[in-house]
Ligand binder design. Sequence first.
Ligand SMILES: NC(=O)c1ccc[n+]([C@@H]2O[C@H](COP(=O)([O-])OP(=O)(O)OC[C@H]3O[C@@H](n4cnc5c(N)ncnc54)[C@H](O)[C@@H]3O)[C@@H](O)[C@H]2O)c1
Length: 249
Amino acid sequence: MNQPDNSNKIAIVTGGGDGIGRAVCLQLAISGAKIVIVDINEKKGIEIEGLIKEKGGEAFFIKSDVSEEKDIKYYVESTIGKYNKIDIFINNAGWEGVVSPLVDYPVEIFDKVMNINARSIFLGMKYVLPHMIRRKSGVIVNTASVAGLRATSNLIAYGASKHAVIGMTKTAGMEVAPYGIRVNAVCPGAVQTSMMRSLEMGFANGNDEEVHLKREVFEKATPDGRYAEPQEIANLIFFFLPSSLHNIY
Ligand SMILES: NC(=O)c1ccc[n+]([C@@H]2O[C@H](COP(=O)([O-])OP(=O)(O)OC[C@H]3O[C@@H](n4cnc5c(N)ncnc54)[C@H](O)[C@@H]3O)[C@@H](O)[C@H]2O)c1
């Protein structure tokens, strides 16, 4: 696959400090984009900003909690203040919550997962899209999950939030297609990131010896018998990036 040329493109990546988002930031930098890295983890965000700059790319980190509307407004306004446009929006930050049967699932964790994984997707698109509509150009990729496509026992909030991401992606895609803007979602299975390590631990009830057994179960459930690498999901996200017909021809 040809590497897309994203020179002069402005990209926002939420959850860009680690895992899939980190791989996307690095790939965007290689393709020439200027990247706004959004993450709640300051250390990781600054590290990836430094790595991109070290290699001659342009990036800046904004510390934000995507469960906070004011933080979402802030990263959008800061990007517009600096670059006056947003070409690519990777709405990716997420949190797994806890592993628990529905009847015991803590209400406050349910709300937190929905805020981080679903409400943030809505608010991110709500504040980014007016800037794309203004220019009749842009691409959004929301990170959903296979947990948005099928049942996942003991992850009621995570599963609900990812079903919501897919639903919102469909609604947004229909609404903004007439402006030449595309909205898609990716639905990864198990990916080799800290999120899967945390889920293994959760499904093993914190028992270190059980963790590798849980991992084996998860791996066997995949077609390849292994976790995907974050780079493989970044490649998939890149498939969606050529932004609009007038940019292709
Ligand atoms: N790892 C998997 O197996 C898998 C599978 C399917 C979907 N996903 C989805 O992929 C996305 C990325 O996950 P990952 O696997 O790279 O996980 P990760 O834990 O490696 O990275 C998630 C990033 O999001 C950031 N983040 C978490 N809460 C935040 C908040 N409130 N505000 C801002 N940033 C926040 C974290 O600091 C971290 O840098 C998530 O939406 C996740 O649900 C992951």
